[in-house]
Design a protein around this ligand. Structure first.
Ligand code: NDP
Length: 399
């Protein structure tokens, strides 16, 4: 059907490339482009020879002009941005200049402030509309599938959804005392930031990890989970009917939090540059360099993830509860694509989101969050491409 340019060659990109190759009717040709071309070439070497034709290129995605030249040379139907959130705007600029559709899995975050919100990308709405191109924002798991789950519940089960709790549990064990499952810099910035949730139309801020709950996750068991700020709260509060409160919880083990506390206390998680032997270094970026590469966790990680949404609302004036989730097994993912479940649960929806736009099912001019599209074809594709979902109408609720 068409061509996709994949920007980034890290943990998530690797899964996207595998999954595009499994869906070669849609992805006839792909180009993997990143800052370090050898990583793109290594991915190509793994997957070459199938129906999907694979190209590679070097690109600095902070540089719009370089991106424009690459897009003009390869002429993709869509750019799949699985680099880092810092590159979202330069890639969107290049898509505007070349009139190419755009997709990402995380919203823009300026390098110097750990504050992620949609305002920068929503500012592109009019320009994308005028150019007649689509930007699909946040097509990973959370954000991503969580938004599709909410849109699906709204379409099929509720008149109004009053309460949403998004629950992200990772019961995987990689055997290291401390490591992060995706880019350590992005992960630690997220976890050490203040928590927040939306209640009655207002953001309520909490201290980092201040609110803790214990939840008995299907197929995983009881876990401690903590309230975090998360980007999809902002868009879901606007796009789902009747929201009174929306929160996001993620599980962390005591071991992970103790290490993080120590690193924080000694200043290693700071994003403020310091002078070191005449050179400016950012402590968090240095920490990233000494931690295990998330891509290397694949073969060592055992256990499952469970990510989903618990909703409470009304249908035909009656109260209704609903829980929809996916359970993913780290080792199964590794067997299939050579990655652990965190990269897998992000890369599969990224491929599906791109295929929705490329096939025309989700093609409309403008900038959209994932829950603004018809969830049904995406829900079918989740079952087909490795992330089957389960639902129950009598879940345990979060206090
Ligand atoms: P990695 O750090 O493994 O990979 C990032 C890739 O981007 C690397 O290949 C890196 O290149 C490349 N890159 C960084 N800067 C540039 C640049 N200026 N130009 C070109 N390439 C660049 O990250 P992950 O794969 O773990 O994460 C990818 C994205 O997915 C992130 O935005 C993350 O926030 C998002 N994510 C979303 C989730 C969701 O559920 N929605 C969950 C998990 C992640 P190099 O190799 O040279 O460093």
């Amino acid at each position: 059907m068409g061509k996709a340019l994949i920007v980034g060659a890290g943990g998530v990109a690797s899964v996207v490339v595998h999954k595009c190759c499994q869906n070669s009717d849609v992805f006839e040709e792909i180009c993997i482009a990143s800052r370090t071309k050898s990583k793109c070439d290594a991915l190509k070497a793994k997957l070459d020879g199938g129906k999907t034709k694979i190209h590679t290129a070097r690109v600095d995605a902070d540089n719009t002009q370089e991106l424009v030249e690459l897009i003009n040379a390869f002429k993709p139907d869509i750019v799949i941005n699985v680099a880092l959130p810092y590159q979202d705007l330069t890639i969107m600029d290049a898509c505007l200049e070349t009139k190419t559709d755009y997709m990402d899995t995380a919203n823009y975050e300026p390098l110097d402030t750990a504050k992620f919100e949609y305002k920068w990308q929503w500012d592109y709405r009019e320009r994308f509309e005028k150019a007649g191109i689509t930007a699909l924002l946040g097509s990973g798991f959370d954000p991503g599938v969580t938004g599709v789950f909410c849109a699906y519940a709204q379409k099929h089960y509720f008149d109004e959804i009053h309460y949403i709790d998004i629950l992200d549990a990772n019961a995987g064990d990689h055997g290291y005392p401390f490591a992060t499952n995706f880019n350590p810099e992005i992960n630690i910035r997220e976890v050490t930031a203040k928590g927040s949730y939306i209640e009655n139309g207002k953001w309520i801020e909490t201290e980092p990890l201040e609110i803790k709950r214990v939840y008995n996750f299907p197929e995983i068991g009881e876990k401690d989970m903590y309230l975090l700020h998360h980007e999809e709260l902002e868009s879901l509060a606007l796009n789902i009917n009747g929201i009174k409160r929306i929160r996001f919880f993620m599980t962390f083990s005591e071991k992970y939090l103790t290490h993080l506390k120590v690193l924080e206390n000694v200043g290693m998680t700071s994003i403020v540059p310091i002078d070191y032997e005449g050179k400016k270094i950012v402590p968090l970026q240095f920490l990233k360099a000494v931690l295990p590469d998330p891509a290397s966790l694949g073969p060592r990680t055992k256990g499952k993830t469970n990510i989903g949404c618990i909703m409470r609302g009304i249908k035909d004036r009656k109260e209704k509860n609903y829980y929809i989730y996916n359970v993913c097994d780290h080792q199964e993912c590794y067997k299939e694509v050579g990655s652990q479940a965190i990269s897998y649960t992000t890369g599969v929806p990224a491929m599906i989101g791109a295929s929705m736009v490329m096939s025309g099912k989700w093609k409309k001019p403008g900038v959209f969050n994932i829950e603004e599209f018809d969830p049904d074809p995406f829900m079918d594709a989740l079952n087909k491409f490795g992330l089957p979902w389960k639902e129950t109408f009598s879940p345990e609720l979060v206090e």
